[in-house]
Design a protein around this ligand. Structure first.
Ligand code: COA
Length: 274
């Protein structure tokens, strides 16, 4: 990353604090750690609310350029929605429960700043769905992925049937969804559920390395890439048309002029996000 860009990032920002999350900001990278290790970081109502608020902060805080989501402790990323909170749901409450989770995960997926899931352990149910809503997944060799809801007489409700199919294809997704099987990190890597497979020690450094490279690029262009990729998966939207419009919008930015001028002058570009 261009060192002058790094130096401009204020790391002294006062961050919000959360009941169920730990957060930190270093060199523009905001790390959100789900912090209920005694419950394997299962997502209860408070955690979902906290995640939503942390995401809002990530979007609005100009010092935050990229985001890592991970889990506390050595065992779990997130072992699912908190089963103790949804055991009593009826159909009406179930619809509201799933819709709320889906809305928050959609915000993650649509976030204009890059988000990487650092999957350090169990990513089950709502945890696998959380990882899949992030723009990329990097797994440690301790990670395990699955959608075991069928074992509870349920199905995934936070987008798992859709995103698992998008990520690994219909046949493999249907098998995992119907069996509730939990797969290890190397199988997840083999089927394309994660971008990289690393040791636990390498997990955060690898996420940081990739995010650092991304946040050295033009932020507007990065945000438009999120929009265009999302368009591919949005019903009734022609992603090619979205791409044409996004390309045009990039042409109006100072960063495009800077990027092309710097290339021709054989120097590194300094992007401002304008
Ligand atoms: N919701 C609520 N609590 C959970 C949880 C979840 N999704 N996953 C784990 N926990 C809790 C356990 O109840 C236990 O709490 P306790 O110590 O108060 O009894 C604690 O986390 C540790 O879990 P435990 O089951 O003892 O660990 P394990 O190593 O034996 O098993 C798992 C690990 C992940 C295989 C097992 O916890 C599990 O199957 N969890 C549920 C996974 C799931 O179905 N997720 C999808 C829900 S939609």
């Amino acid at each position: 990353m261009n060192s002058s860009t790094l130096a401009e990032i204020d790391t002294t920002t006062e961050l919000m604090t959360f009941q169920t999350l730990l957060t930190s900001l270093e060199n523009g990278i905001f790390t959100i750690t789900v912090n209920r290790p005694d419950k394997l970081n299962a997502l209860n109502k408070a955690t979902l609310e906290d995640l939503s608020n942390a995401l809002a902060e990530a979007k609005s805080n100009n010092d935050i350029k990229g985001i890592i989501i991970t889990g506390s402790g050595e065992k779990a990323f997130v072992a699912g929605a908190d089963i103790s909170e949804f055991a009593q749901l009826d159909s009406k409450a179930g619809v509201a429960f799933a819709a709320k989770g889906q809305a928050i995960y959609k915000e993650i997926e649509n976030c204009p700043k890059p988000i990487i899931a650092a999957v350090n352990g169990f990513a089950l149910g709502g945890g696998c769905e959380l990882a899949m809503a992030c723009h990329m997944r990097i797994a440690s060799d301790k990670a395990k992925f699955g959608q075991p809801e069928v074992s509870l007489g349920l199905i995934p409700g936070y987008g798992g049937t859709q995103r698992l199919t998008q990520h690994i294809g219909r046949g493999r997704a249907t098998e995992l969804l119907m069996t509730g099987d939990i797969i290890n990190a190397s199988d997840a890597y083999r089927v394309g559920l994660c971008n990289y497979l690393v040791t636990p020690e390498e997990l955060i450094p690898k996420c940081t390395e990739i995010l650092t490279r991304i946040i050295s690029k033009a932020p507007f262009a990065v945000a438009e890439i999120v929009k265009c990729v999302d368009a591919h998966y949005t019903d009734g939207v022609d992603g090619f048309k979205v791409e044409v419009q996004s390309f045009g919008a990039c042409c109006d930015t100072d960063d495009f002029k800077e990027g092309s001028t710097a290339f021709l002058a054989k120097r590194k570009p300094v992007f401002t996000g304008k």
